[in-house]
Write a protein that binds this ligand. Structure first.
Ligand code: ATP
Length: 849
């Protein structure tokens, strides 16, 4: 058990050979060698071998292996070998699919590293948290996840949430005093911070005392294996697959019985029924869904939307509301001071306050911190205020960090033999906190604020308060009786791509709502400029408008409002909840520590990659690596595409399987001999079903994808006529194969030739169907025919393989085929053409938008 809490801050610093100015680069290198990286050892990934072996636990595969063995004993050596080869190929495909899917998911996790702010060589630096070493001085701010265990050496109103470690649900107030008690559990070590806990308010400095697996979190890390997440779709499909399996097995038993009854050889019928079961069971379905989702998530990451929770990929398509922040998401967050107004005679003091009142770190590479504060500091420095001189003139004593609930931040400084409190914040909040002497100036300042805000500028007011004695306690209560110091307006240009993104949302049936902490006039100006509202929109609601409302009133307001200003994080949460109550599917952005509850509550919680706090990222389903609203819209589009493609895959595979089953089942009823041999079925299952099916997953979005309304989240997978479509296509496939067999019988072809023709027809019809399925609504030729190159590769390859199987003598022996005449091939081609025309015609009749 660690005892650093019993040491004084000085002793801890001494024990770790460090200092307030941090470690030097040389020491860090040596320590990294000694202690390794600050990471928790990953819980064990499934090994490749385990994934490969897993493929052979499938009951159908086991039966097939049994069949191969029986065939071998029965003297059917070639059959046995082919079945084995197909089993191996099948297992290999399953393995590579599963392995790639797992790798994609792992890669995604690694794309979201956590950063830490530390002091090294007397300079603050931001580095990947894995690089921390014991002895580092870490700087903590509200919203951070503590990157390592540490002994606190300075705190400013620090509160941490340690539930993940100690189970304590209330935030804990921390201090730097030495604690004498023996054997304290982490929850009672109030001068320590622990890896993985959250800084819920305030800021602090701490010496790193333990990293990686040596931390308190590391000690219990074994218990934290990440739960595997099944998406709603995967769950529904798992259930569906099970039900379907039962049906397929019953049919196969029937086929077997029917064959016996007709006097077919029992062994032959056993193999046929078994192969049919293997071919018709949609065992690839779950794997392909995972691939589709994981591939989609990878593509989204390339487009700067990092998916943290896989279900989000499929549910993104259901979003009906996007509630977005303004600053940084709709605007560029590249703040610049545009206008400045100082109270008469206080110009110099105002500039000093702008330089000193913030949480900015002055790193070697530039300023680190909030863009609003950076703009103020930049401005003050450009206007001749020197940092060192300012700090000497106003040495810092205490700080009340910014929080978006009270919308202010304060710093207390010693000045001569008095104390001065600098406060900056949102105009309304500041004007509410003035002393009696300053109150008469309010109308004048309000007018100026209104003028600037109407131009879409972000306005802050700065104030100050003088104390003759240091305040007894430094809490929010001292942010009153302020005198006005000045007013600053910053320009934050809109992102140019947003207007188009918002209009896309409109056609896609998605409402965009702006929820900002900024004031109404600024919000209104920006919302109108972006096209969220019309130019004359006057329905803006503020946080104050939302308090004390009856539930019905609140519901009414939420239904109609497009812009909320000056709302607190708590109100954001209520807005999401209300929208959800009204049946909406809500995506919500957030960046601050207080946004975590709304992000969790939203159907899709979206955190900001650049400006977001660790806490918001941790609660989110998706992270915008570029903080950009347009990225959300792209992700929604991508989510819709993926869901569409999964449905296309299901349509393709199930229709094909149905065609196979019906062909085998019906042929005897027409008095035909067995239309296909087990090997043919296995081959079709592996090649003809497998590859084009996979290619469908990469299909580009349909052109009207953002003109359709959002999909209801609980919608049945087979909604919108998918089941009928599957039935129809399956029947068409069967008609094609049986017609060809009928023709072959009439022409007097022997059974082997009949089987070769049916086998080839089934293969070609399915390929034609793969092309047709590429779009639910539009004809084969109405979308770019070659947009999906992988599809064409698989089609050309499959056709070539099929012709080889039919015409190359060695392969004929293996696959029990025979070369068929040219006119027979023409009939096969004709059947293919007609069946594709039928499915296309059906699509036109039923699904044309
Ligand atoms: P959005 O919610 O759209 O991202 P926001 O940055 O305006 O925008 P908050 O961060 O909640 O939202 O800030 C609320 C208000 O508090 C701001 O409009 C501004 O007036 C004030 N404010 C923001 N940052 C600071 C700060 N660092 N110090 C003092 N006041 C601030």
């Amino acid at each position: 058990m660690n005892t650093y809490y019993q040491l004084s801050t000085g002793d801890v610093i001494k024990q770790f050979n460090t200092s307030f100015t941090g470690l030097s680069d040389e020491t860090v290198a040596a320590l990294q060698k000694k202690y390794g990286a600050n990471v928790l050892t990953q819980t064990k990934q499934k090994s490749r071998l385990a994934i490969l072996l897993g493929q052979f636990t499938d009951i159908m595969i086991l039966i097939l292996i049994g069949a191969a063995v029986i065939s071998f004993i029965a003297g059917e050596h070639i059959d046995a070998c082919v079945i084995l080869a197909i089993i191996i190929a099948n297992a290999w495909m399953g393995y590579s699919q599963e392995y790639n899917a797992e790798k994609s998911i792992l890669l995604l996790q690694q794309m979201d590293p956590r950063y830490a702010l530390v002091i090294r060589n007397n300079n603050p630096v931001k580095l990947v948290a894995a690089e921390l070493v014991p002895g580092d001085i870490m700087l903590l701010n509200a919203g951070d996840i503590v990157p390592a265990d540490g002994r606190l050496i300075a705190v400013h109103s620090l509160l941490t949430a340690e539930a993940s470690l100690t189970g304590e649900s209330n935030a804990v107030e921390k201090h730097t005093n030495t604690i004498a008690h023996q054997n304290l559990v982490p929850g009672d070590q109030l001068n320590m911070v622990f890896k993985g806990t959250l800084v819920s308010a305030g800021s602090a400095k701490a010496v790193v005392t333990a990293i990686g697996m040596d931390t308190e979190l590391g000690k219990i890390a074994g218990m934290l294996s990440p739960a595997t997440q099944q998406t709603p779709l995967q769950k529904r499909l798992a259930v569906f697959s099970k039900q379907l399996s039962v049906v397929v097995i019953i049919i196969c038993l029937l086929v077997f019985a029917l064959g016996l009854w007709r006097g077919e050889p029992a062994f032959q019928m056993f193999l046929t029924a078994l192969s049919l079961a293997v071919a018709a069971l949609p065992e690839a379905l779950p794997a392909v869904i995972t691939i589709a989702l994981a591939q989609g998530a990878r593509r989204m990451a390339k487009q700067k939307a990092l998916i943290r929770k896989l279900p989000a990929v499929e549910t993104l398509g259901s979003v009906t509301y996007i509630c977005t922040d303004k600053t940084g998401t709709l605007t560029q967050n590249s703040m610049q001071v545009e206008n400045l107004y100082a109270a008469p005679g206080l110009e110099d003091l105002l500039l000093h306050a702008m330089l000193l009142n913030n949480e900015i770190s002055f790193a070697a590479g530039g300023l680190l911190g909030d863009p609003t504060e950076k703009a103020l500091v930049d401005y003050a420095m450009q206007h001749g205020i020197l940092r060192e001189a300012a700090r000497n003139q106003f040495p810092g004593v205490a700080r009340l960090p910014f929080d978006s609930e009270r919308m202010k931040m304060s710093t207390l400084h010693k000045h001569g033999n008095r104390w001065i409190l600098f406060v900056k914040g949102a105009p309304v909040k500041m004007l509410e906190s003035l002393d009696e002497k300053s109150k008469p100036q309010i109308p004048e300042w309000q007018t100026k604020n209104r003028q600037w805000a109407a131009d879409g500028l972000r306005v802050l007011i700065l104030g100050y308060r003088i104390f003759d004695q240091p305040p007894a306690v430094v809490t929010n209560e001292i942010e009153t009786d302020l005198e006005l110091l000045g007013m600053v307006a910053m320009i934050d240009p809109p992102r140019p791509e947003i207007i188009d993104a918002i209009s896309q949302c409109k056609t896609a049936g998605i409402r965009t709502v702006m929820i900002t902490g900024d004031q109404p006039l600024t919000a209104a100006a920006i919302a109108a400029r972006m096209g969220i509202t019309g130019a004359t929109y006057d329905g803006i609601k503020t946080g104050a408008d939302l308090t004390d409302l009856a539930p019905e009133e609140f519901a009414g307001i939420v239904k109609s409002t497009l812009v909320y200003a000056r709302v607190s994080p708590k109100q954001k949460l209520h807005i999401v909840q209300q929208l959800q109550k009204q049946g909406e599917f809500v995506a919500m952005t957030g960046d601050g520590v207080n946004d975590a509850p709304s992000l969790k509550q939203a159907d899709i919680g979206i955190a900001m990659g650049i400006t977001g706090t660790d806490v918001s990222k941790e609660s989110a389903d998706m992270i915008l690596l570029d903080d950009n609203f347009a990225t959300i819209v792209n992700a929604v589009r991508e989510g819709r595409r993926i869901y569409d493609n999964i449905r296309k895959f299901i349509l393709y595979v199930l229709a094909c399987n149905l065609g196979e089953i019906l062909t085998i089942f019906m042929a005897p009823l027409f008095g035909f001999s067995i239309p296909m041999l087990p090997i043919h079925l296995l081959w079709i299952n592996l090649v003809t079903d497998g590859f084009p099916g996979l290619a469908l997953v990469g299909e580009p979005a349909e052109k009207n994808i953002m003109q359709k309304p959002p999909r209801p989240p609980g919608e049945n997978l087979f909604a919108g006529g998918l089941a009928v479509n599957i039935l129809f296509t399956g029947v068409i496939i069967t008609i094609a194969t049986l017609s060809v067999q009928w023709w072959a019988v009439r022409q007097g072809y022997d059974v082997k030739a009949q089987q070769t023709m049916v086998f080839t027809t089934l293969c070609f019809v399915q390929l034609g169907n793969a092309l047709s399925v590429r779009s639910f609504q539009f004809g084969v030729f109405s979308r770019s025919l070659f947009a999906n190159q992988f599809m064409w590769v698989t089609i050309v390859l499959t056709v070539a393989l099929q012709l080889l199987i039919v015409f190359v003598p060695g392969l004929q022996t293996v696959f029990k085929t025979t070369a068929v005449a040219g006119n027979a091939l023409c009939v096969v081609g004709l059947a293919t053409l007609v069946s594709v025309m039928c499915t296309e015609g059906f699509k036109r009749l039923k699904f044309r938008p």
